[in-house]
Design a protein around this ligand. Structure first.
Ligand code: GRF
Length: 215
């Protein structure tokens, strides 16, 4: 399965996918990594793994549509089966998301539908929630609103701050993102009329749930 990964920064989720590919646990070939920012660590990670790394700066385009058109051309030239947004910090136009419907994933550090958007760890702490987590979902034109595939749920500790919470969530990200990509690569996962199916069984509104609140 040909995979294109879009990033904007550190690329630790990209690294988890590169590691899975390298160890043979993921049936994928990452055929390109595209960043909307130059000089980010994720591009270096791609280069070190011998993967074509492309910087396509959104600031060089006068509109969101113009950037998305250029991005789409770059992606489609790589003929991916799956597009993976891994810390890609851009709002995408509906035309773009529709084009990749059913074959584009995003990861969002919250238990969606809670806390769409930014600063999720801070908002969880401010709300006094005792549970938090991360969601992998299919991308639709609603920001962080597409149907969930997989969630990992963790406990919030009384002494947590944004940093400790983010680190524990990230640990789960590196676990569930490769898992979701593997399911897709093995043909076990599909989106049909807004419902996610795993092994032909519809998943519920949270997707497949991994509960690590007691570990
Ligand atoms: C992750 O927390 C991801 O959930 C969010 O952005 C962060 C990206 O981290 N969308 P990295 O670039 O994969 O290290």
């Amino acid at each position: 399965m040909r995979v294109v990964v879009l990033i904007s920064g550190s690329g630790s989720n990209l690294q988890a996918l590169i590691d899975g590919q390298r160890h043979g646990t993921l049936p994928i070939e990452i055929v390109g990594v595209i960043s909307n920012k130059t000089a980010v660590r994720g591009l270096l990670r791609a280069e070190q793994a011998g993967i074509p790394a492309i910087a396509l700066e959104h600031t060089a385009y006068d509109s969101r549509e113009a950037f998305d058109t250029a991005l789409r051309e770059r992606i489609d030239a790589l003929t991916p089966d799956l597009v993976v947004l891994a810390g890609f910090m851009r709002i995408l136009t509906p035309g773009f998301t529709r084009h990749y419907e059913g074959r584009m994933f995003n990861i969002h550090p919250s238990l969606l539908p809670k806390y769409q958007g930014l600063h999720t760890h801070r908002r969880v702490l401010e709300s006094g929630d005792t549970e938090h987590g991360v969601t992998v979902h299919f991308v639709t034109d609603e920001l962080d609103g597409g149907p969930p595939i997989l969630q990992a749920k963790i406990s919030v500790h009384p002494d947590d701050d944004e940093k400790t919470l983010a680190a524990r969530v990230l640990e789960q990200e590196h676990r569930i993102y490769p898992q979701a990509v593997e399911w897709f690569g093995r043909g076990r996962l599909r989106l049909h009329q807004g419902t996610v199916f795993l092994d032909n069984e519809p998943l519920g509104p949270s997707g497949y749930l991994i509960d690590v609140t007691h570990s």
